[in-house]
Design a protein around this ligand. Structure first.
Ligand code: PHB
Length: 390
């Protein structure tokens, strides 16, 4: 067994874990990051693609990379499509902000490269990760990529290990409160080799269910459609997928540009929050503490917002040597978490159709869309939330 000491042990080398490790190193605090996935696996798993302006600023200002501004696409608005018509929400005009289309996989690639260049200690592809928070100092044990047993002892442990977090489960029973909401649907996501159908995202509500038209590159697009949570990707060939997309999006002179379909996945849908986000010397960040349905594009942005607060709290903890500063983390992070929970839930219920919904609710949903797209105040509400609260 090899033993290592560090100030902060971080479980999870996704964007949250790596960004925290990067920010801490800039403040002179050392960390060890571990992940059961290989670097290649993380870099090739399709995730969402929208960054709030604040997330972009964090990447650029902290010196991760400016590839996001050089190669990402600035989007000054989104389209809500219903009853066969496009209604554009103009972010710039309404709130003076934009978002950037820059896939999460690229954020990871930039962060991983920056950590490597700065000599950061990131162990990908480890196995049998276990955490122990019962002693004075948290301990993480694992088998590294070469099969050697490693024990990392730290002053603090951060769980940035996603929705199936092992760190969250280390909190003793009775300490945690959890809030859940399940939805009776999921998203079927796919990549297609096709030109752009539209320069901005289209969130489409139709009687056949929701669909989202997003982009990746000039020759590759990302799209989703609402499906059953038990849907199997094998049941959907290219023709069937395009037929479903056409029903939900095409019409009144608008037609999707189609092409061969590549990777496809069914994305589960749920809203989840756990508190406290801190217990003793363990702190949770990102999906380990909360998940949102993808409709509001908030998952990654929320994780980066957590990390920004966490970096300040941890820096203060080491500077002052006081445990009580750790307690401020949850209060500071959870306010934004719940706003994002509400927004993601609201976008989801406004745009999806659920079986057995009453005629009243269908009309109410249409009125809601009409208010959000037909009134400057309604549109500004969406624009502010989508681009990220100050
Ligand atoms: C994506 O481009 O993958 C994407 C964009 C917006 C969302 C979800 C996913 O709300």
């Amino acid at each position: 067994m090899t033993g290592t000491r560090t100030q902060v042990a971080i479980v999870g080398a996704g964007p949250a874990g790596l960004m925290l490790s990067h920010l801490l190193s800039r403040s002179g605090i050392d960390s060890v990051v571990v992940d059961i996935r290989t670097r290649e696996e993380i870099a090739t798993t399709s995730r969402a693609g929208i960054l709030e302006a604040g997330s972009v600023r964090l990447l650029v200002d902290s010196g991760v990379s400016d590839r996001v501004v050089a190669e990402g696409d600035r989007h000054d608005g989104v389209v809500l499509r219903f009853d066969g018509e496009n209604h554009r929400i103009d972010f710039r005009d309404l709130v003076g902000e934009s978002v950037w289309l820059y896939p999460q996989t690229e954020v990871f690639i930039d962060l991983a490269a920056r950590r490597t260049a700065d000599g950061g200690d990131v162990r990908y592809g480890v196995a049998d990760t276990a955490v122990d928070i019962t002693g004075d100092r948290p301990v993480v044990t694992f088998a590294d990529a070469d099969g050697r047993a490693v024990r990392v002892e730290a002053d603090l442990l951060v769980g940035a290990d996603g929705s199936r977090s092992i760190c969250r489960r280390a909190l003793p029973d009775g300490v945690r409160t959890e809030w859940f909401r399940e939805y009776p649907f999921a998203w079927f996501g796919f990549l297609t080799d096709a030109p752009q159908s539209h320069p901005e995202l289209i969130y489409a509500r139709s009687e056949h269910g929701f669909a989202l038209v997003s982009q990746r590159t000039p020759t590759m697009q990302r799209m989703y459609f609402q499906c059953s949570p038990t849907e199997r990707v094998q049941a959907w060939d290219d023709d069937r997928i395009w037929a479903e997309m056409r029903k939900r999006v095409n019409g009144n002179g608008f037609e999707l540009r189609e092409g061969p379909i590549g990777a496809r996945t069914v994305l589960p849908f749920r809203s989840f929050v756990t508190a406290p986000m801190r217990h003793g010397r363990l702190l949770l960040a990102g999906d380990a503490a909360h998940t949102v349905p993808p409709t509001g594009a908030k998952g990654l942005n929320l994780a980066l917002a957590d990390v920004r607060v966490l970096h300040e709290v941890i820096t203060e903890f080491f500077a002052r040597g006081r445990e009580d500063v750790l307690d401020t983390y949850g209060d500071r992070a959870l306010d934004r978490v719940w706003k994002a929970q509400h927004f993601s839930y609201w976008m989801t219920t406004m745009l999806h159709s659920a079986e057995g919904v009453s005629a009243f609710d269908r009309e109410r949903q249409r009125a809601e869309l009409s208010l959000v797209t037909g009134s400057r105040h309604g549109a500004a509400y969406l624009a502010e939330a989508y681009t990220g609260w100050a």
